[in-house]
Design a protein around this ligand. Structure first.
Ligand code: URA
Length: 189
């Protein structure tokens, strides 16, 4: 990891910007390499992630690992973080205020990793990223797999929204859709 990511981790580690900090076991900052070409953004840590302090290490993480493997990548090749870095109680949806207070950290991650492709996983990450870059809004069922090109002062990069991997746990038909959309990410690279 570059020194910049380590410095950012130090800044984030004791965060108490919102009430989620009171209930967490561990803050889940991110995983992978800051040299990554692809940045994945999930929703929030779940029970396993809160215990282990790493993103996507539970059931949704197994699906993510499988999808990465199918396009010839593993975790060490990418960077993975979340919209909120602490587990919401009982895995409820993150609230607007929690997202507002936490996403400054995501913005810093994006600057440091400087990826060629940003992959928001699920509706919360997709709404945040499309709004951040002025790309409008829409449901994930319409937007998944679409490729958005961004050219701004931060550079040139693509955004390819995906269903959240956990969606395939509840609806196995989505596994094929996710596989196809992950292939799109690898084509874009
Ligand atoms: N789901 C997420 O969105 N993020 C994680 O880190 C784990 C599960």
């Amino acid at each position: 990891m570059s020194g910049q990511i380590e410095d950012l981790e130090k800044d984030i580690r004791g965060c108490e910007k919102c009430g989620l900090s009171e209930k967490r076991t561990q803050i889940v900052i991110g995983d992978g390499t800051s040299e990554a070409d692809i940045l994945f953004i999930g929703e929030a840590p779940g029970r396993q992630e809160d215990k282990k302090g790493r993103p996507f290490v539970g059931r949704a993480g197994k699906i993510l690992d499988g999808l990465l493997e199918e396009i010839g990548l593993d975790r060490e090749d990418v960077y993975i973080t979340n919209i909120v870095l602490c587990r919401p109680p009982n895995n409820r949806d993150p609230e607007e205020e929690e997202i507002d207070r936490c996403t400054g950290y995501l913005d810093k991650h994006i600057k440091i990793v400087d990826p060629d492709v940003i992959v928001p996983l699920g509706s919360f990450a997709t709404s945040y990223i499309l709004d951040k870059y002025g790309l409008g809004d829409g449901s994930i069922s319409r937007l998944h797999g679409e490729v958005f090109s961004v050219s701004n002062l931060e550079g040139n990069f693509k955004i390819v929204p995906q269903y959240h991997p956990a969606a395939a746990l509840y609806n196995p038909d989505l596994r094929e859709v996710l596989e196809e959309d992950f292939r799109r990410v690898s084509e874009v690279l």
